[in-house]
Each structure stands twice: as C-alpha cells, then as structure tokens.
Design a protein. Structure first.
Length: 575
C-alpha cells in the first residue's frame, strides 16, 4: 500500500528520519552565476596544490634525508606537516565562523606559501621541519576552507557533485605527488619539491583576493570576536596530537614499544584527546571549537570515523606502494610515480561518479558499503605482492582500494553534514577535515611502525653484517632507492629484496583491520534525507543589501544571482 507525500522541500522532513522508504525524486539543479565559476577553478587549484604537497615527499624523502644528513629526524619531514595540518583545523573552523571565510582562506594560503619557501630554502633538517610545520598549518586550513566555501554556496543534496570535482583534483594531486617528487629529484633539485608552490600559491592568492567576496558579520567588535576563540581547547588538542605523534614516530625504531619514552607520550596523547572531548562538551564552555552534537549524533559520528579510516588507508597505500615498487621491483623514483598512476586513474572518475550518485539518489550508505568492501579486498590482495608479481596483477589489484577511496572522497562529507543544522556546518566540516588529517598521520605512522618492526625481525636473513646494520633501527625506509639496492652484490641484493617483501606483506595484512572496521561502521549510519535548500550567512555578496543570508544586518550583503539559487524539490515516497 502506498501513500503519496508531497513536500515543498526535503528540509521539512525531520533530520532524524531514516530513509527506509523508496523515493522517486524530481530535482531542479541549482543555477550558478559567473562569479561562482570564477571562484571554483581557484578552489580546484589550491586543492591540487595541497594534495601534491601531502605526498610529494614519499619519493623525494630518501634524497632529502641524505643531503641534509637528517638521521632519525627524517620522520618529521612528513609528520610535522601532518601534525600541524590536523591540530589547528578545529581552530580554523571556529575562526571562519567568527571572521568569515574570505580572510581565513587568504591567510592559510599565504601561510602555506610561506612554509613552502622556508622548506625549499632549508640548509638543515631543523629548518626543513619548521618549514613543513608552517606548510601543514596552511595546508590543513586550505582543505577546510575549500569545503566550507562549497558548503556555503551549494545545497547539501548537490554538494556531492561539486565536492566530487574538488576531491578528484585532490586524488589527482595525492597520486601525482610521488611522481612529481621523483621527477624533480632526478631531473632538478629536491628544493623544487617545495618551491614549485610559490608561483602557484601566488596565483591562488591573487584570485582569492579579487573574486572571493563572501558575506560575514561586520558589526561585532573585534574584542568580542576574540573572546569567542577556544584557546584552551586548541592548546589541549595540539598537545594531544603532538604527544601521540611523538610516540608513533619513534616506537619500534629509535626506542622499543615497551620503552617508557614511547608509552608515556602515547598514553598522554590518547588521554589528552579524551580531555579535549570532555572540555568541549562541558556546560560551562561557552564557545567550544567542536559542539557536542557533531559527535553525539549517530550518523555524523560514524561518518567522521569513516573519514579517519578512509584517509588512513589512502596514505597507507600512497606511502608504501612506492616502497614496493622501488625496493622490491627496483623501479626508479620517476618510474615508481608512473606506476602509481592506476590509483589516480580510478580515484578521479569514481569521485565524480560518487558525487553524481549522491545528488541523483540522495543516498550515501550503499556507496560507503561498497567502498570499504573493495578496500578490504584490495589491501588483502596487496599481501600477495612480491618480486615475481606480474604487471597486470599489481595494476589491477592497485585499482581496488582506489575504487573505495574514490567513492569516499565525494560522499563522506554529505553524510557528516546531513543530520546537523546548517549553522553547524563549519564545526562539522572542521571535525571532518580534522579526522581526515588525523587519519593521514596514522596512515603513515602505523604502517611505518609495522614495517620497521617486521623488517627488524626478518633482517637476520641479510648475511652481510654491514648492510644489515645500515638498514636496521628504522633506517630501511630512508634507504628505499633502487640505485642504492643496486650497489649490493647479487646475493645481498636478493636477500635485501626478500626482507623488504616479507616486511611489506605484514604491513599490508595489518591494513585489513582498519578497512574491515570501516565496513562494519557503515552499518551505524542512517540514510538521512539530504536538504535541497541553502540557509547560510556566508554566501556570495555583490553590494545589494539585505537578502536571505540569515545575518539580520544591513551591512551583510547578499547576491542571489551570483551563487547557486535555492532549489525546490517535490518528493513522492512509497512505504
């Protein structure tokens, strides 16, 4: 028996309602003005820029380590970027609500560009780490601002389409990073790995200054705005993330996992995250960085955990497939980057397809089940890789996790935002960006810890004591170059390749656990109806006073023609 239900907009349906009904939907897509389409290419440019930078060191790292004589500090060339990009994200979300999107966006692009200049000009490992930390602050803020601007300009139901294009560029950048790093190291200087961002960052800054004109509250006094910043919460979070990363960086390499110098920072860091959560949900905290609703509602909480796991697995693959290519198949840095292209060739179109499917059907849960299903299968099959694996096998198998990551790229954020009101979009998006960035940290640190620990167990197979010592104590990753391995005698080279293969097998087997956990967590999500109307205080402005931005002030400007027009939807549902 069916009952027709007519509604002017899906926003009239309760956000708590679970879509266990079949729906037939007719939607009129948003109409966008020219200024929206001028801004959008800038968003794609900066997304590509940051994505490349997050993985470009995966192939360039060994060369940089040797040139700067970094020793054990080499792990912070990657970790410093991930640390700061994650730790400051909730703060940027709060600042974007207080000061508006435009100046926060411009600031983080400037910070990222500054960090790139510092890193490229580094003469010591310490200076490079400092540059990477500055880069990370800007890089994390850029990702957040991109998502906020799209969320401010596009209704929830249609965000998947636009996010798909942006995440396609992000996927393209993450996959291009190792290739770009390899080419620059072999053909030029490792410094251009960072200096390449300077002209691109300059173009992005000019475009944002000219075209990104969005509404925000201009009436509140600066002193009042500064009072709304969650200083204590930010300090707790930065301290907790730093502490965890210290433990993950040195555990199993410089110190044993049972060493107090590893246990203490790990315990303090994890406790710090609980303290941060308790502080944010305390009744006396007037302006929390992350409101409790973001984590206490089932669907956003599950979707945030999926964001963490999907990015953990993305970086697991991005940073350790090149190890397989270079240390086992003995590919050069540039060739290794080329061999990673099957990942991007799948991720990019699947991100677009995923976004289109969410917009068309309004459903994300089936896509998430498929995504984590193929990721679990793909990472399990990675454990089969060895020096005799055919090209066809590692190309096809490499594509399986990419299918899952591609779908998650464009369908994850709508699931986070669906069961929350529009006024919490910045907090929800900041939480989403934080979980992805935090997942990136674990996606490099955990497989590195597993790899180093297993390499130490298998190292006895290398009979040349000098080579064995050279690759011990967590140094194996920093010596992943075909050129170096090629200098060994044939017998030693075969032994080294065998040990790398065995260590990588366990590393891939370990990745099955987070992939399977993600598959199970999808069942916690509800199919919440996606809103088709936009109600925001931060839309595009053009000088016209008033409007429906919700600011309630004459000096908040509105431009209905410049951004997406609100859409109306008629929905017929059958029980």
């Amino acid at each position: 028996m069916s009952t027709p239900i007519s509604a002017t907009t899906s926003a009239q349906i309760s956000l708590e309602q679970e879509s266990d009904i079949a729906q037939h939907t007719t939607t009129t897509l948003s109409k966008t003005g020219w200024r929206f389409w001028v801004i959008f290419p800038t968003l794609m440019l900066v997304s590509l820029l940051v994505a490349v930078e997050s993985t470009v060191t995966s192939t360039a790292l060994p060369f940089i380590v040797h040139e700067l004589n970094a020793g054990e500090l080499y792990v912070w060339f990657v970790n410093a970027y991930f640390l700061t990009s994650a730790a400051f994200l909730p703060l940027f979300g709060q600042l974007a609500d207080i000061f508006g999107r435009r100046w926060v966006f411009i600031s983080v692009v400037a910070i990222f560009t500054l960090g790139s200049g510092i890193a490229g000009g580094s003469n010591t490992a310490t200076m490079l780490i400092a540059g990477r930390a500055v880069q990370g602050i800007g890089g994390g803020g850029i990702n957040l601002c991109i998502e906020l601007v799209v969320s401010d300009l596009v209704p929830l139901r249609e965000r998947g389409n636009y996010m798909a294009l942006l995440f396609a560029f992000f996927a393209l950048g993450t996959a291009m990073g190792p290739f770009v790093g390899g080419v620059l190291v072999e053909r030029s200087s490792w410094r251009w790995v960072f200096w390449l961002n300077l002209p691109l960052g300059g173009v992005a800054l000019i475009s944002l200054l000219i075209f990104l004109r969005v509404k925000y509250d201009r009436t509140t006094a600066m002193s009042e705005r500064l009072k709304r910043i969650d200083y204590i919460g930010t300090l707790i979070l930065v301290g907790a993330v730093t502490s965890v990363l210290i433990g993950l960086s040195y555990g199993g390499t410089l110190y044993a996992w049972s060493d107090a110098r590893i246990i203490v920072p790990l315990v303090l860091g994890i406790l710090g995250l609980f303290v941060f959560h308790a502080y944010e949900t305390a009744s006396w905290v007037k302006y929390p960085t992350l409101p409790e609703q973001v984590f206490r509602r089932r669907t956003p909480a599950a979707a945030l955990l999926l964001a963490f796991l999907s990015f953990m697995l993305l970086f697991w693959a991005i940073y350790f497939l090149p190890v397989y290519f270079q240390a086992v198949l003995l590919a050069g840095s540039t060739q290794s980057g080329v061999w990673l292209l099957p990942t991007v060739l799948v991720e990019v179109p699947l991100a677009v397809v995923g976004g289109a499917l969410v917009t068309k059907t309004g459903r994300y849960k089936p896509l998430h089940l498929f995504a984590f299903g193929v990721m679990t299968l793909g990472f399990g099959l990675f454990a089969r890789f060895d020096r005799w694996t055919s090209t066809a096998e590692w190309v096809i198998v490499q594509m399986l996790p990419a299918f899952g990551v591609g779908f998650m790229m464009s369908t994850n954020l709508p699931a986070v935002q669906a069961d929350l009101p529009e006024e919490q979009v910045a907090a929800a998006t900041a939480a989403f960006s934080f979980m992805r960035a935090y997942g990136s940290i674990w996606g490099v640190a955990i497989p590195a810890a597993v790899f180093n620990a297993r390499f130490a167990v298998e190292a006895y197979r290398i009979t040349d004591e000098a080579v064995r010592d050279r690759l011990s104590d967590g140094e194996a990753y920093s010596y992943v170059t075909a050129a170096l391995i090629g200098t060994f005698t044939p017998e030693t080279r075969d032994q080294v390749v065998d040990v790398f293969t065995r260590a990588l097998k366990v590393t891939w087997l370990a990745s099955i656990a987070p992939a399977a956990l993600g598959f199970a967590l999808v069942f916690m999500e509800k199919e919440v109806v996606l809103r088709t109307e936009l109600d925001t205080k931060f839309g595009l402005e053009d000088g016209q006073k008033g409007g429906s931005g919700g600011a309630g002030s004459s000096d908040v400007e509105s431009d209905a023609a410049a951004g997406p027009v609100q859409v109306k939807e008629k929905t017929t549902s059958s029980a």
